[in-house]
Design a protein around this ligand. Structure first.
Ligand code: CP
Length: 529
């Protein structure tokens, strides 16, 4: 299987979330899509945008329904001249409990180079496949496949985001200075609006008005992310309240109510909820001059939030928007195939390097005289874990002691307790003394840092502290059997049995996010105890 050399800098990349492309890379995508669209519409030569290699396979794997995303990718792949395969999920061995990981490995073997485009109910699938298949690629000596997320549960829909931003830029004459946009509809379940928390960063100044009743409101983590990204955010509960504010945006982004993702209790209220985000004729006069409406589509045939009386008005931006899915997706496949990018000048998106300095060894000379005991007997040889949950309420200290013992399986002769801390009046800490343990490996040290950040570990030799380590909250917690993502729709959740290596990345303070679905977890929640 001979293949044309495609060596662009984005070759084999995964686009699982918007942030997988740096801002420079996103701008490159929009620039290339603009060039291609202009060339194609004016009858120009589009050959530099074509792969023309039947050994480059593009596999469309849609485990959830789709029209636009699937068909625009299918047409994009055909334009590019690739081997275009549409996987039939309804009749596949998924129905015999086969894993996604096994399926993709098998399909990867059918060509010299591949790109997989996946829509799944499960969240974080592309991130996991990127990891699993890069190990497989190395073993087989073939290039890493590209993965493109075509919508994963209620997590993200990055390629929809790129076509949305492309459409806004077209409308704004490519001015990236300012955008004022209203997001309305089902902001809770709608992944396209979640992706806006990062996608809108290509504009320097961003004002976002979130218009949705409380039950469909944007999840707080995405609101926080918008604010962290410097967006000015206003919140309204209905279109009536929003229009009465007199501070109405000239760009509106509608979404349908995602009935298929709602629980029973929200579903029962769907009619009332929909009313508060459905546009009416009497609202037309309240819009700023030149307002444009967008919608990722599909629009609900019976109860559209942007009703059909709007279709032939200049407000309609969604028809042109849906066509843009074709142009932007040609460029996305072109980028991950390695065809495009030779002319890219900018910052490449790279995984963030995380510091590994959460274990610090201190000078043992300062600690020659240990006060540690087992019962009333001083520890002569062994290990003492000190400063456990220092300063925390007493119940929390005991619970931390219990967690350390359980997770590190410290079922040995020992003593433990809660004691006054020298930090101040009324402050306590936990101590576990373990005279029968004489060594503590690096993995255990990392585990201890992850269970009890802030504690110290003392290695006692000849009644003296031979080594002392201060442990702080690690930037990542991964690979332990006792941790799991609590989002049942995450690919890494144990109930899906995909063999995913669980990993959490520290966000701020003691909040961690799952590497795959990005669900936030308070520190204690990641542990299965
Ligand atoms: N916008 C969008 O994702 O549409 P489809 O569900 O039809 O792919």
């Amino acid at each position: 299987m001979a293949s044309i050399q495609r060596t662009g800098p984005f070759k084999g990349r995964t686009i699982g979330v918007v942030n997988d492309l740096s801002l420079d890379e996103q701008r490159y995508l929009y620039q290339k899509a603009k060039e291609l669209k202009t060339l194609a519409k004016s009858g120009g030569d589009t050959r530099p945008f074509r792969i023309e290699d039947r050994d480059y396979q593009v596999y469309l794997i849609f485990m959830e329904d789709s029209t636009r995303t699937k068909e625009s990718f299918r047409n994009a792949s055909k334009f590019l001249g690739c081997r275009t395969n549409v996987f039939d999920t309804a009749t596949s061995s998924f129905n015999k409990n086969e894993s996604i990981t096994d399926t993709i490995k098998m399909l990867y073997g059918y060509a010299s180079d591949s790109c997989f485009i996946l829509r799944t109910k499960l969240e974080g699938v592309c991130r996991w496949l990127q990891i699993a298949l890069s190990a497989y690629a190395e073993a087989t000596g073939k290039p890493n496949p590209g993965f493109i997320n075509a919508g994963d549960g209620k997590h993200e829909h990055p390629t929809q985001e790129f076509l949305d931003e492309f459409s806004f830029l077209e409308h704004l004459n490519w001015n990236m200075n300012d955008i004022h946009i209203a997001l309305t509809g089902d902001l809770y379940h709608g992944r396209t609006v979640h992706s806006k928390a990062d996608g809108l960063k290509i504009f320097r100044n961003v004002k976002v008005d979130l218009v949705a009743p409380e039950l469909l409101a944007m999840p707080p983590s995405y609101v926080a992310r918008m604010k962290d990204n410097g967006f000015e955010v206003q919140i309204y509960e209905s279109l009536d309240e929003y229009l009465a504010s007199g501070k109405v945006a000239p760009i509106w982004y509608f979404t349908r109510l995602q009935l298929e993702r709602m629980g029973e209790s929200v579903l029962e209220k769907a009619d009332v909820l929909r009313k508060s985000v459905t546009f009416r004729k009497d609202m037309l006069g309240l819009l700023p001059e030149g307002t444009r409406f967008y919608h990722p589509l599909p629009r609900d045939r019976i109860n559209p939030t942007n009703p059909t009386f709007l279709d032939n008005l200049p407000l309609n931006g969604w028809d042109a928007q849906s066509e843009n899915g074709y142009w932007t997706r040609i460029i996305e496949i072109g980028m991950v195939s390695g065809l495009l990018g030779q002319d890219f000048e900018g910052e490449l998106g790279r995984p963030e390097e995380l510091p590994e300095d959460f274990i610090k060894e201190t000078t043992p000379a300062e600690h020659k005289k240990p006060e540690y005991k087992v019962g009333i007997k001083p520890v002569e040889e062994g290990i003492v874990i000190d400063h456990i949950a220092v300063g925390k309420p007493i119940e929390e200290i005991w619970s931390n002691i219990e967690a350390i013992r359980k997770i590190l399986k410290l079922n040995v002769r020992s003593s433990q307790g809660v004691y006054h801390s020298l930090r101040g009046e009324g402050e306590f800490k936990g101590i576990i003394s373990l005279p029968d343990i004489i060594s503590f490996g690096q993995k255990d040290l990392k585990k201890l840092a992850a269970i009890a950040p802030g504690c110290t570990l003392n290695l006692i030799r000849n009644s003296s502290v031979a080594r002392k380590y201060r442990l702080s909250m690690p930037p990542r917690i991964y690979g332990f059997d006792e941790i799991s993502c609590k989002n049942e729709n995450c690919i890494s959740n144990p109930k899906h049995n995909e063999g995913v290596v669980t990993e959490f990345v520290r966000k701020t303070g003691s909040t961690f996010v799952c590497k795959y679905c990005e669900r936030e977890h308070p520190f204690r929640e990641i542990w299965d105890i």
